[in-house]
Design a protein around this ligand. Sequence first.
Ligand code: AQP
Length: 332
Amino acid sequence: MPRIFSGIKPTGHLTLGNYLGAVRQWVDVDQHKADALFCVVDLHALTVDHDPARVRRLSRQAATLLLAAGLEPARCTVFVQSHVHEHTRLAYLLECTASDGEMRRMIQYKEKSARERAVGGNVRLSLLTYPVLMAADILAYAADEVPVGDDQAQHVELTRDLAVRFNQRYGRTFTVPKAVVPAVAARVMDLQDPLSKMGKSHAETAGIVYLLDEADIVRKKIMRAVTDSGSDVVYDPEERPGVANLLEILAACTGGKPADLAEHYSSYGALKQDTADAVLALLQPVRDRHAELCADPGYVDAVLREGAERARSLARPTVDAAYAAIGLMPPA
Ligand code: AQP
């Protein structure tokens, strides 16, 4: 059985992009076909300016939403990254394997550091080294596959490079993983700015559908989505990114193909109505289950405690082997 690892960062409320690009695949496919681990990667949320109480709250909310979306503790392991110290133990060894040049080439680093500098903020060193910690997250579990949205594929590529380099230098220690990007909704775009990805930490929220948004808010955001000049509905991501984004969301929700769906519409209004209906049909059960789970915090705690125990027991042998391989003296 293949091993799968994936994670979600508690930098904001989970979005429709996180759901369609990642979580739904974890629920519908990954937990059934593999030994799958899903992690709330809270340490990654500290790479940008953060409010401690908010990160704590969002970590719990993210874990609860993963369960609400349908992850079953009997089928997969759900845990919080900072509860398993093997991640940071391994990250240091991988920092000794990576070069600063390859870190600076990461697109997310370039974008997020530029955003931070634009508002006069300090760029944390951890923002630069974040892909190394992500590599440790994956390699510690000897994961074969890493299901991710398009935006994370470069980081998985780096993880592969680090695994191969480490294995060549110090002897075979790590499994070399591969990224698995979903065919549809690999990149859900912001409804107000269809050239930017829908990101949970963005300050402008009008174009972002959050999983916990009330139904009328979801509908309003979709009905106000920026569309392109012209009025005919065609699927053309280059020339008509706004309409293409709506068609891709509708396709991801209903299982159709964006170009085929376009043929059913003669106005933007009808496309938006149907997209809103489809999104709400998908999200309502998740919202309902989330409310139930919030009323039972002991259950969520128990799932995370058991998840961390299992994750620790899986990661420790690999990380210990890496410590030995790189030349560190074992404790007596
Ligand atoms: N817009 C998106 N479309 C498709 N997939 C997406 N993912 C994120 N945004 C989209 C996928 O969701 C998973 C978890 O993402 P993450 O929390 O690890 O970090 P991220 O990719 O940086 O997500 P965000 O929402 O954009 O967060 P911020 O704003 O903090 O950077 C990943 O598999 C990701 O590909």
